[in-house]
Design a protein around this ligand. Sequence first.
Ligand code: HEM
Length: 565
Amino acid sequence: MLNLDFPSVACAACLLGPISHILLWMRLDLDIVSHQLLVLANLAVLLPPVALYFRGATFIDAVLITWTADICYTISLLTSIFIYRAFFHPLRSYPGPFWARISVFWKVKHFQASNFQAYKVIDDLHHAHGDIVRLGPRQLSINEPSAYQAIYGAASECRRLSHMEHIRKNLQSLADPAEHHARRKVWDHGLNAKACQSYLPRINDITNRLCGRFAGFNGRPITVNDWCHFYTFDIMGDLGFGRSYGQIESGSAHPAITKVQNFLKAGVIALQMLWIVNFLQLIPGLDDPMRELKEWAEQLLKERDERTTEKEREENRDLMSYVEESRRVVDSRWPMSDKDIAEDAVTLQVAGSDTSYSVLVNLCHYLANYPELQETIRKEVLGTFEGGDGSNGPTWSRLASTQQCPYLDAAVNEVLRRHAPVPMGTMRETPDHPMEIAGKVIPAKTIYDERCFRDADKFMPERWLDRSHPESRTDLMLDKRGFVPFSMGGMNCAGKYFAYMEIKVFVAKVLRKFEIVFPNTQLFEEKDGHQAQLVRDQQLVNGTKDYLTQWASDVEVCFLPLEER
Ligand code: HEM
């Protein structure tokens, strides 16, 4: 019979904890190797008892000694991680909640407890601890505009988190700057000013259809959120695959899109613990809405190829026709499969719709809440339509002009400032060596979250007006570098131009046809004045959720038809 020395095994396991922490665990990216580690952990529980049994130990003794070793090892490893993260980690001098130093679970718990208003949790932390806060074991949040260039700028050494690519590989998750740059060039061709203008007739057409639906409500109150979602997704469907999702016509959400939205709700938590996503992906049959959307994107691309000839697609180019070009033009070092193209198609759908939608919802609120602003913008946009019945839409060069439509531009920017569609911004990681950011040396492999305006919590488009404008309030603009809704640098939003176009065409067409009012405007006007406007604005802000992209508060308004002008 094999003699087992329990105390010696327990002592050896306790020693192995800190040694393996220093030599192995601190060097591994746990988000990437999590499932291999899970397999190893299972083997560590199952194999030793079998080996010991065959070497003559009793089955009970073999199991007990393995469990003793596993438990001692786990406790000593966790203690070592705890002591290191709390007192010896290179980020130890940065302030923040104690438990946030120890585990990402602190953040996850507080994000969830805030009812998915993570930006408020982060804002409170900055008020309590200053501009740089330790938000996780190896994560800092930096609320200092002078740092943005160093973190996101084109010359920055910071990268996207490499483990994102291991979950899903698409343009938006690519960490390698060279591969990203090669693929991004193609997108830039499809989303530059010239290309966007070629999409204008299709955007006009979809906006006309939306206005037709609004007219059908005959001034009855509607919650605009769904309609703005239908609008932005239908536009992306049409421009992506040459086929709208038909949501404006049906008045109901496409099932695949509902799935994506549910997925994004979980995404804000999943992003903090990508190792869990790795595990979940291993479970066969587990519902994966993104996979479903990708398969469906592949199907739509196939149908589009069958429906149209290459020549037709070349004559009537849509966004996906540029993305598909990646296969031919991107360096052979990074070959692209049909699945990669479908991944990019999904990126286009989500990045292009779930962002602009919230800007439209919030704009509807402000236009209804500030009737004078609405009338000013209406006068501006009416001057951009040339004759006819307006169905061809406004002249883009006029609509885009900050000289001709200064308040429209200012209102859109003010909404983007106050209600960033990607509320927490995007994360970056320092390189393999420490670097200086905002006057501080930030250790290697640190992850950032990000976030300057007088009366920052007030909706004041005037802060955006050019100095030469009589209503300009440039005194409210302290540091424009704090305005980065589209991020910055070579990995910034590819669809910025498109987004401004879509939003401004929506406003121009809607204001030409309707007056936007709250259902109870009469009541408000009699009872209260500016104070009530501020209260309503604050309610709008308070109801905003962060599901990776912004989930706007419900906005109920009436579209009262105007005499054709
Ligand atoms: C108001 C609307 C929008 C906002 C605020 C916005 C914001 C953003 C942000 C913050 C990013 C992340 C950049 C980073 O990683 O640093 C991003 C990426 C991206 N956006 Fe937008 N976006 C908007 C609309 C659009 C539209 C309409 C499209 C497409 C037509 C689009 C396409 C993309 C793409 C393709 C990426 C990935 C870029 C890359 O990785 O190179 N976005 N956007």
